[in-house]
Each structure stands twice: as C-alpha cells, then as structure tokens.
Design a binder for this molecule. Structure first.
Ligand code: FRU
Length: 542
C-alpha cells in the first residue's frame, strides 16, 4: 500500500487492505457489535475466492479486525463464501446462513454456528455437517440463488428465511421454513417477485413500528408494525425498499406500491449504496442499517491504492410519521468523534453568495445546517412533478446555476479556487397543490482528475406546505460524502477523489445560487477524530 493515502477514510469502516463488498450478518451479541463482510484477502479487486472477514466493536465506530470467519472448506462452498445473515436463536445462540459457491459453481445455502458461545467475539465458526441446507429449487437458476436473510420466527414456532433468486428476467425472493434451522422446506410460491428486473440480491425483511422511532425484533408481527422488504437489484445497482403487508397465512409480501423501475421507487440512498443489511440492536432498541459504498475511481486506481470499498456510517432507520417512507440518521455514537467545533447562527446568505466554514479540518467533518426558507410560494414552478427525473434535473442545475429558492447548500471538499467542489444542494419547487424539494449531490466538478465516475445524483420529495426551515447534515471523510436531507427523509452518498482539495487544502463553503436569499439559522460543524482500529489475528495488514 502506498504511503500517501489521501482517499483512505478516517472514520468510515474499511478493511486494513484489499477488496470489500457487502456487509454480512451484522449483529449485537453479549455487549459486542459484529460486522462480517465480503472480502478478497488477496487483491483490491473482486476475486474468484471471496471470504467472510470479521470485525468487532463496542460502539460501531472503533473496530478490532479479527481473523477470517468463513472461508472455502467443503464441496458446498469451495469456490467462495458469499453473502448471508445472522439470526439469534433462542438461548442467545447466533447462527449464520450464507451462500456457498459449490464445486459445480452452483449457489447453495449453508449454516455455520459459533464454536464457543462464551467468546463474545465469536472468533471461530463451525460449518454444519448437513451443508448445504438449501439447494436451488425448481424455477430458480442454479447460479442465481443467494443471500439468505435474517430468519424470523412465525406464530407456529417455525423459522422462515428468504433467499434472493432469478428465473430469466424475473427476480424473486424464495421463502423457506424450518423447525430446527437445519432442515428447510421451500415454499412453492415466491415470497415476492418482479418481472423484467433480473436477480434480487441481498433481500432484507423486517418490521418497523408505526408509531415509534424504536426498532423492533425481526420476528415481531402484530398491529403495531408494518413490514419493509429491501431488494438489491443487480441490474440497477441500487437498494430499493417497499413498505407493505406481510401476509403470514400466504407467506408472501404485498407492497403498498409496485416496483416501477423509475426514479419514483423508494431507495435507501440516491447515490452510491448497495447490498445493505439491517439488524435489530436490542441493546439500544433500534434498527441499524449498513450499506456498501463502492469506489468511483478505476480498477487500476484501486490496485494502486491497495484497497476498494467502504461501509457507510451505520444508520438508524424508522418509519416516517406519514407511513410512506423510512427515515435514516447516522447512529448517535458517531457524535463521540466530534472534536473541534465551529458555529454560525442567523446569517443571511444573499442570492449568489458563498460563505467559508474555516478553522476546522474540513476533510473529515460532520456538518449540520438548518436553513430558513423564504415563502415557498416564491419557488420555481414545476409543471408536472410526476414526469421529473431528479437526477437529470440535478445535472442540468449546474449549467443553469440558478433558481429562485436555491440551489443552496454545501460545497464539500472544495479547492480554494473552486475548480474542485462537490455541491450538495436543495432547490424548492412549487407545483399545483404541493411543494417539493430537489436534493442533489453534484460530483461533476469534484476532481480535476479524469477516469472517475462523476455522475450527479438526485432525488425529489414532497415537503410540508408550511415548511419554514430545512436541514442538511453531511458527513465528509476524505473520499466519501454522506448527506441527509430534511432530517433523514432523503439520503445521498457519493465518492470523490479531489486532486487539490485534500488534507489542509480542502475547503468547505455554504452557498446559495438562488435569487432569493436564505438564512443560515444554525450551523454546527465539527472536525472528526480518527476512529481507533485494532487488529487481532492474521488478517492481512499493510
Ligand atoms: C451483492 C453480491 C451478492 C453476493 C455477493 C458476492 O453485491 O453480488 O449477491 O452474495 O455480492 O460477493
């Protein structure tokens, strides 16, 4: 690994070196948080042999890297240990179901259990002698049958689990049931299916409280909860979620709104974010979501850096009061890394102005801004909101550079001369009988370097007609920018690789390109301390 590492993060989770993709089997066990992840121990690229690396933490922020937890060993996983999930069985016994690439290169599901339950770090795992416990059923392609979810316990005492699959163009999740977690029976009808989507990867299925931001155990099913099904569609490279009804007597899921394949579908994140997985943290009664963020530079760059792949800061998820979407917020523990602080209150930002936030290290920073809005009535008119492609609108914004209320927001990882900057912005629109907020993360000027994916990301959401203020929280960490709009209603994560705006040469600005002025009613920004990372065992360290 080269010594100069301007893009390696200081408080996001990443392996000591080499490739990482999906988060696997996150869980809380005996006072310890566990994160496993898809890892190529030999290179900074995806590989023929993928293993489960394993790290533990007391706070989800500072980590200890342990030995590899699962690696190919039997005919049922000899060609890789792919994604899977943990379930805590009665008596506080964790179990992992994961996908093995078997000796025929077919995908099968396997069971592993800890060797020693008194070890809170769960260092060693034993594969079950009956593996594989699930093989591709009829109507499922042998090489598209993977990623078992966390299991849930039905009222009849049986376990249920769903597995992602494909049959031609149809994507589906298949339900299995078991009494003992070892012998599984397939349900002939899919739990959920979508036409013309291709494979469903990493399905996640969980309940959320209707009237509380608290999380709830995956097996809870009563009138106080609704259900969420998340699918990672490989063709789209995005994580989509559906709110809906779990019909337990039919063992299927009926979404409130069908999948359309357009920008109208709900996503956890409108930027880079894939193969996410949630777990119920019963220590703090919350549901926590992890997601994989891939690189936006080239494979050659990754090889030179010696690593690829990040995880987002874990997010708490809950159902919005509207019942129509989920809310997300960085877990509170991240605030323990907040260090030097800068605050601004009641500062007017005239149309066309910028204001620098200086005096702290803005290449690793947590910024929260509350903007006071002018009368929403003065926003730009949007003829037909249902026809809008927000990503396209965001890309055009840069060319036009102005609206009425916004774009305003932050210029992150900017160079002094502003030849490099990533604009995270809001623009308010009015339409007949409603108001909307366009949220953008514009990477087009993020770096003077070429060979980077600089796609602009965006999303549009309805806002309260009486809205007076709107918040933006952005976590910046060297090469990742995670932005939470309107209290966590919409999230956009991006990767950027500035040439000039690194370390002490990185700048942060608040800007307003709209013709109306907005007021920074409150801004707090904190330099973030480096997370503490320890190693144990023989994971490859640079
Ligand atoms: C999602 C995925 C999973 C698979 C794993 C392999 O990114 O393709 O479907 O199990 O990654 O690493």
């Amino acid at each position: 690994i080269p010594k100069e590492q301007p893009y390696r993060t200081s408080y996001h989770f990443q392996p000591p070196q080499n490739w990482m993709n999906d988060p696997n089997a996150p869980m809380y066990y005996k006072g310890v948080y566990h994160l496993f992840y898809q890892h190529n121990p030999l290179a900074a690229t995806f590989g023929d042999i993928i293993v489960w690396a394993h790290s533990v933490s007391y706070d989800l922020i500072n980590w200890i890297h342990l030995n590899i937890a699962l690696e190919p060993s039997g005919p049922y996983d000899i060609n890789s240990c792919w994604s899977g999930s943990a379930t805590i069985l009665p008596g506080e016994k964790p179990a992992i179901l994961y996908t093995g690439i078997d000796h025929y290169k077919n995908e099968v599901q396997n069971l592993a259990i800890p060797k020693n339950l008194t070890d809170a770090f769960l260092r060693e795992w034993e594969k079950h002698p009956q593996n594989p416990v699930m093989t591709p059923p009829t109507g499922v392609e042998e090489d598209n049958f993977r990623d078992p979810s966390t299991a849930w316990h039905g009222k009849d005492g049986k376990w249920r689990v769903i597995v992602g699959a494909q049959n031609g163009d149809e994507g589906k999740t298949i339900l299995y049931q078991s009494e003992d977690f070892v012998n599984w029976t397939v349900n002939p009808n899919p739990f959920f299916a979508t036409d013309n989507t291709g494979v469903c990867e990493c399905p996640d299925f969980f309940p959320v409280y209707i009237n509380s931001t608290n999380g709830v155990d995956t097996s809870v099913d009563n009138s106080s909860v609704r259900h969420v099904l998340k699918i990672s569609y490989l063709r789209k490279q995005h994580d989509y979620y559906f709110l809906g009804k779990y019909v337990s007597d039919k063992e299927n899921f009926v979404p409130d709104v069908e999948f359309t394949g357009t920008s109208k579908d709900l996503r956890f994140d409108y930027g880079k974010f894939y193969a996410s997985k949630s777990f119920f943290d019963y220590a703090k009664n919350r549901r926590i979501l992890w997601g994989w963020v891939n690189e936006s530079d080239s494979t050659q760059d990754d090889i030179e850096k010696g690593w690829a792949g990040l995880q987002t800061i874990p997010r708490k998820v809950w159902l919005d009061k509207s019942g129509k979407r989920l809310m997300q917020w960085p877990i509170e523990e991240i605030e323990n890394l907040r260090h030097k602080q800068i605050s601004i209150t009641g500062e007017k930002l005239e149309g066309g102005s910028t204001l620098e936030i200086s005096g702290i290290n803005v290449s690793q920073v947590d910024v929260e801004v509350l903007f006071e809005l002018p009368e929403l009535e003065s926003g730009d008119w949007l003829e037909d909101p249902s026809e809008v492609d927000p990503q396209l609108l965001c890309s055009k914004q840069h060319a036009s550079r102005s609206g009425k209320i916004g774009p305003f927001g932050l210029l992150a990882l900017a160079s002094k001369d502003l030849t490099e900057e990533t604009a995270v912005s809001f623009q308010i629109f009015r339409a007949s009988n409603r108001y909307l907020c366009l949220m953008c993360s514009d990477q087009s000027r993020s770096s003077l370097r070429n060979d980077l994916d600089k796609t602009t990301y965006g999303t549009i959401f309805d806002i309260d007609p009486n809205l007076k203020t709107i918040s933006l929280r952005t976590l910046i960490d060297k090469s990742i920018i995670e932005s939470f709009g309107d209290g966590g209603k919409a999230v956009i994560t991006s990767r950027v690789y500035p040439l000039l705006a690194i370390e002490k040469d990185a700048h942060l600005y608040v800007f307003n390109n709209g013709s109306q002025s907005v007021v920074i009613s409150k801004l707090n920004a904190w330099s973030m301390k480096q997370a503490e990372i320890g190693h144990e065992g023989n994971i490859n360290c640079a």
